[in-house]
Write a protein that binds this ligand. Structure first.
Ligand code: GUN
Ligand code: ZN
Length: 410
């Protein structure tokens, strides 16, 4: 058994937090939370983690991030389609090389855990082997991750294209080894977006996902030129969302990123199918994609988690993404942190065992030191606001997944 001591902070919903100064958490040997309390410590022999001067948060979720774009952050000056062509496709094509794939995957997952992210939903490159390497490195790091090979069969460099048949084979081979591994690593089928996928490829992706119980992710309605291009490519479809619906890609296990320029009808289709939204405000600002209106998304009843969208977004640190969450939509720090934690868990359908710090849930924690910004004993909303607007990697002390320390600052 493990005993964690610190100020325990967790979020019940978008307006209510639990705040336990001088709190403690008892975690069993399987990494499950047994007890959360305050004051009198439980008696017994425990391995102790003393974070008395720090804050213990539920682990942070980054539900949309691109591994092979890790070194392409800060590629400024172009719109989405130009940026993909000039910087991103050339960078991702280099993942045909094992040494590039290995070295980048190591640094990428190391950076995620140093920044407090305990669960990440990850786009790999178009290469099966690079995707296997990503799983291996995520496993070594101890992070929770959903990872998928990016699928494209048009409008991208020839060497990155795949046929529907090869896509199915690659997915089944990698998913058979990794989907559900240690109940911590999962396969997410990843048709890049409707611009670079034919209907046949998207249908094949949806089928293989359904047949094997895999997750699905893609990009939806991010930028006006992209949306116009989709309209040209699929003139018979009423809208962008209708293309994915027709392909069978929408559903409870699907995460669509951006979802900025949508009609009410499209939001309703997303909600009716149980599709989840990855809100990526740093990327939306960096690429000048537009502003996702949180109110209309919420009014439709959609579940929202947060994504860094590196390298569309420049920040791998989710506290920095929280600043942009506020710039995009004015909201309380409690609400922003709710989306970062329980919102992320809900987007994956994992809120029964993750996203908050409560008995029965798994012990994924991000330990935070706010002392460079504010006294750790300050009123909760003040502490959260300082972290939301001024926090970064320097505030992250340690990261735990299922009670196991996967990173600690020295
Ligand atoms: N749309 C299609 N591919 C991408 C990508 O890699 N990043 C972003 N932000 N949008 C995309
Ligand atoms: Zn993206």
């Amino acid at each position: 058994m493990k005993l964690f001591k610190g100020r325990v902070i967790s979020f019940k919903d978008d307006s209510r937090a639990v705040d336990l100064p001088h709190g403690h958490i008892l975690v069993d040997d399987n990494g499950k939370i047994i007890e959360v309390g305050q004051g009198t410590l439980p008696s017994g022999e425990f391995e102790e983690f003393d974070f008395s001067d720090y804050l213990i948060f539920p682990g942070f979720f980054d539900i949309h991030v691109h591994l092979p774009q890790f070194d392409e952050r800060a590629r400024w000056g172009k719109n989405l389609l130009e940026w993909l062509e000039h910087y991103i496709f050339p960078a991702e094509s280099r993942f045909a090389r094992e040494d590039v794939a290995r070295d980048t995957a190591r640094r990428f997952f190391d950076s995620l855990v140093r920044n407090g992210t305990t669960t990440a939903v990850v786009y790999s490159s178009a290469h099966r082997h690079a995707t296997e390497i990503a799983f291996e490195e995520a496993n070594k790091k101890g992070i929770r991750a959903l990872i998928g090979q990016v699928l494209m069969d048009r409008n991208a460099p020839f060497e990155m294209l795949v046929t529907p048949e090869k896509a199915k084979k690659d997915i089944e081979a990698v998913a058979s080894q990794w989907h559900g591994y240690d109940n911590r690593l999962f396969y997410v089928v990843t048709p890049r977006f409707a611009v670079s996928c034919s209907m046949e490829l998207m249908k094949a992706a949806a089928e293989v996902a359904k047949a094997n119980g895999l997750y699905i992710q893609s990009h939806l309605s991010e930028q006006i030129p992209e949306i116009e291009y989709v309209r040209e490519l699929f003139p018979e479809h009423p809208h962008y969302t209708g293309v994915y619906q027709d392909a069978g890609l929408l559903g409870e296990k699907t995460i669509m990123a951006h979802a900025i320029h949508l009609s009410d009808e499209e939001r309703k289709i997303l909600a009716d199918t149980g599709t989840k939204i990855a809100h990526c405000p740093s990327s939306n600002f960096f690429l000048h994609s537009g502003r996702m209106d949180m109110k209309s998304i919420e009014d439709a009843g959609l579940v929202v988690g947060l994504g860094s969208d590196v390298a569309g977004g420049p920040f791998i640190n989710m506290l920095q993404v929280l600043t942009d969450v506020y710039y995009a939509n004015r909201m309380s720090p409690i609400k922003a942190f709710y989306h970062l934690t329980l919102g992320g868990a809900k987007a994956l359908g994992w809120d029964s065992f993750l996203g908050t710090i409560e008995p029965g849930k798994e012990a994924d924690f991000t330990i935070v030191d706010p002392s460079s910004l504010i006294s750790p004993d300050s009123e909760l909303t003040d502490v959260l606001a300082k972290l939301m607007f001024l926090g970064d990697d320097r505030n992250i002390v340690a990261t735990f997944v299922r009670g196991k320390r996967i990173w600690q600052r020295r």
